[in-house]
Design a binder for this molecule. Structure first.
Ligand SMILES: Nc1ncnc2c1ncn2[C@@H]1O[C@H](COP(=O)(O)OP(=O)(O)OP(=O)(O)O)[C@@H](O)[C@H]1O
Ligand SMILES: [Mg+2]
Length: 285
């Protein structure tokens, strides 16, 4: 039981781990995929998840990834996080091949992996404990983060006592605990209702911009893909290749509440629908 608990803590901390190192100024992209392919060997035969992906993500950019289920979006995040190696090509972080367990990124999966036996403070502090940050400093940092994500006053609440949105905020605070340079987020708001989702979208974009984070955000929601992005990458059906990279020429400081009245936004979401609809009947469920 203890081992299982520890293993879950390690998974949670890997999702949240990142470097505290200084940001190096450079023209290099932060994350780059160079002709990347990934094939999984399974008992049923080889599965080619992605093929020939070339993509640069610049520092401070907010990039969204959309595409049919099974086209390899999570696989691409896993490779940037150093959880999988590509079969062909190279994934680089600041110009160097991504190391196993890339500690410079924070990774938020669809499942928040909160530890049910720890309260909010206890969950958010996990990555700081693993890095042996002195207790007082770690608690101060967590207090600050909880205020940022709107969870002040809920330090002692357990995950079972939190609403869906509060759990996401808690996972977001843990993701930010190490001040990662880049945020990898895999459908983090998939299970939320429309209003809460919008609120979380506003928060994540504001936080990413105000803290100077680079973000790669996977979603199935085309409105979300446009409203959050500086650029949106659209993938084909598996094996995933890049169908189009769509620039989102909306202001960086944008009012997500009012976007649906914006014609650029409406045109772009329509463009994404048109790009993706031919793949709909081929989707893996
Ligand atoms: N560890 C693995 N072992 C074997 N096959 C895998 C593994 N991970 C992913 N795959 C396969 O690779 C393909 C791409 O999977 P991936 O999870 O990256 O897709 P996705 O675009 O994130 O899909 P979704 O939108 O449904 O989350 C799928 O066919 C999947 O079955
Ligand atoms: Mg996925």
């Amino acid at each position: 039981m203890l081992e299982r608990a520890r293993a879950t803590e390690i998974v949670a901390s890997r999702e949240a781990m990142a470097t505290t190192g200084p940001l190096a100024e450079s023209d290099q992209p932060l994350i780059s995929y160079e002709q990347v392919g990934k094939t999984f060997e399974t008992l049923q035969g080889d599965v080619v998840a992605v093929h020939d992906i070339t993509l640069d993500v610049r520092e401070g950019e907010f990039v969204t990834l959309v595409g049919p289920s099974g086209c390899g979006k999570s696989t691409l995040l896993n490779m940037a996080a150093g959880l999988f190696e590509p079969t062909t090509g190279t994934v680089r972080y600041r110009g160097s091949t991504v190391a196993p367990y890339n500690q410079r990124v924070g990774y938020m999966t669809q499942n928040d992996h909160l530890l049910p036996w720890r309260d909010v403070m206890g969950n958010v502090i996990v990555p700081l404990e693993i890095r042996r940050v002195p207790k007082r400093e770690a608690r101060d940092r967590v207090d600050d983060l909880l205020a940022k994500v709107g969870l002040k006053g809920f330090e002692k609440a357990y995950p079972s006592q939190l609403s869906g949105g509060m759990r996401k905020r808690c996972a977001l605070a843990r993701l930010l605990a190490y001040d990662p340079e880049a945020l990898l987020m895999d459908e983090p708001f998939g299970a939320l209702d429309a209003q809460l989702r919008l609120k979380m979208q506003i928060e994540i974009r504001d936080l990413a911009i105000s803290l100077g984070k680079t973000a790669i955000f996977v979603t199935h929601d085309l409105d979300e893909a446009v409203s959050l992005a500086d650029r949106c990458v659209v993938f084909t059906h598996r094996p995933g290749t890049i169908a189009r990279v769509v620039d989102v020429p909306l202001p960086r400081e944008r009012d997500l509440m009012k976007l649906r009245h914006n014609s650029t936004y409406r045109d772009l979401t329509a463009e994404l629908w048109d790009l993706l609809s031919p793949d709909m009947d081929r989707m893996e469920s």
